[in-house]
Design a binder for this molecule. Sequence first.
Ligand SMILES: Cc1ncc(COP(=O)(O)O)c(C=O)c1O
Length: 381
Amino acid sequence: MRNYSENVLQTMGGERANHMTLKRPKGMIQLDSGTPSFPTPDHICDAAKKALDDGLTHYAPGQGDPEFLQAVCENIERECKSNYSTDSVIATNGGSSGIYTIMTAFLGKGDEVILMDPTFSLYSHVAKQIGGTPVNVPHGPDYHLDLQAIRDAITDKTKLLLICNPNNPTGLVYTQKELQSLTELCSENNIILVSDEAYAKILQPGFKHIPLLSFKEHKNNLILLDTFSKTYSMTGWRLGNMVVPEDMNSVIFGVHRSITGPICSFVQRAGAAALRGPQDCVSEMKKEYEKRGKLMYELAKNISGLIPLEPQGGFYLYCRYTLPILASNLRKKLWDAGVAIRSGTEFGKSGENHVRLTYSVSEETIKKGMQVISEFFKKTT
Ligand SMILES: Cc1ncc(COP(=O)(O)O)c(C=O)c1O
């Protein structure tokens, strides 16, 4: 056994780490990853090519390319009617380096971050890896926030509360009312409220995303984590941004700087073009996800023993199941049957008896994958 640090040992062997390192047999039907199936829109690629031609191939300014930071501020103004200066924005390497940075900036050994359960598994993984303590608060039976349970989880060690909205893996969007209560609770208790809004633009018809930064009266207490990966189908470009209260800028920038250094300069110009350019590409992808989400939901409803939650946002279908088998084993058995999915317990203890399926893939892949799952359930019940 190598001499790994205690913190790293805490995260080794977890479901997230294991899933990431699995070798996929050829032909595996992939309903497990969070990768959009669309190419990055042309005007975004063109902006990167132009930036390369213009010689933007050296270090960008540490906090971010000024054009990019300005485009993010314009976007917040449009979306949240809230005024932020570029001093509040930091370019990141996708959403992931923002998550790592915020945890590192606020969590010392034993400090607590309150997380919803289930939620994106990277949060608790990172918290543990840096020596912090994730405190997982189960959602209520309707998969919304359980505000009393959150209140009860607050201790004098609580530094952060992190939500993912729309939530990965449940595909649920939090309401104005519950977010209002949450922002008030965090401000009253001097806890920084962080919102990861990676899927904010991918919504099913009838559902509305309420951006955290629209709660202007709590501005001093809010941090937004955003990424271009999903909205603009840019997972490979590795671009995101954090928006932090202005007084936190230099400390948080310093932490981020020590993790990744400045973000790729020409990629940031592509990000500015994404935000400032036409948004039809976003609506077109959204329409496709609407169709795919509906298709997967209907197919899942027809499988006896599988109870899908109607998707609201993101591109995940979260399903409860009634087979007498642990979620981690069900994931393995479906893998052996030829379809990759994620076990609910990867996202928290309350994910037992649940699985997460992805509908970011083509309709054909959805149909094929659901057929395999259907046959498995028929055979096993
Ligand atoms: C909720 C959420 N946040 C952040 C990320 C990180 O993605 P990236 O680093 O590509 O932006 C993901 C990826 O799946 C995610 O689901």
